[in-house]
Design a protein around this ligand. Sequence first.
Ligand code: PBG
Length: 330
Amino acid sequence: MNYKASFPQTRLRRLRYNGVVRNMVNETSVSVDNLIMPLFVCPGTNVNNPIKSMPGNSQLSVDNLVKECHEIYSLGVKSVLLFGIPEHKDDDGSVACEHNGIVQQAIRAIKKELPEMFIVADVCNCEYTVHGHCGPIVDGDVDNDLTLVILAKQSVSLAQAGADMIAPSDMMDGRISAIRKALDANGFLKIPIMSYAAKYASGFYGPFRDAADSAPKFGNRASYQMNPANSDEAMREIALDIEEGADIVMVKPAMSYLDIIYRTKQEFRMPVAAYNVSGEFSMVKAAAANDWIDETRVMMEIITSIKRAGADIIITYFAKDIAKFLRDKK
Ligand code: PBG
């Protein structure tokens, strides 16, 4: 900025007195087109297990999940991100690759009833391993290269079921290239990869781990997810993922990482996604339940800030609430 503005010629309040003018100069708008709603699918029929720490969200069996997708779509949110709670788990997470796995079943059911819904499939093993880590354990830690084999298989299986986009959230080195190669070798050249590129080892995932039953049974994820103190390292993670073929790069969580979202957009000029994670959602719900904050106002302020920072796509448990707010505002 190289202009000089000074009082009293310049009064910034002039453009704030009138609501019409305020709207004319509004710089950032959130649209339903930007939103992806995460959903949790579990075995059974007519199951709806409310997730206590995430008010309004439930583990849903496939039949109820399809109903929920109809409602989400009718509100204008045209994309969901699926997480599975499987019938059984194993040591290496290969349950996630089964043709009739829980997410595979869910994708087929949604595509049958509501083919327009754009389905993003999360790819990771922590929901599928007995120990809750994101891949097979060798010498007390997740083995990177063994995990790549399973992630690639899982991705192909989800694409075969009908997933429209693959979103690996495991943070192994080299997964984007492994997944891209496997997808291409199986004819899925048109399926994009949205990489959880800068995913931090965050305390904000607490409620999700209840929802997806995916908390690590020992240790933590610090040997694969990023240190919250690091920003340069995030740029290296993102650069690598882009080189390996990522189509969209994600920063996760969002609220405490707005600087990372901003920097990612500035440095790479790529489509950027941000994940407004479970803990960020639940804190707002809890404070609002106590009447400490105005839920809708704070929700919109948070989502707008994520967009303003540079995110094109926002994955959020608020997606339905935002859609309702935008609809009723008209
Ligand atoms: C799986 C995964 C997690 C989340 C998304 N994918 C949990 C984790 O890494 O422990 C968290 C999402 C949220 O908190 O809303 N790796």
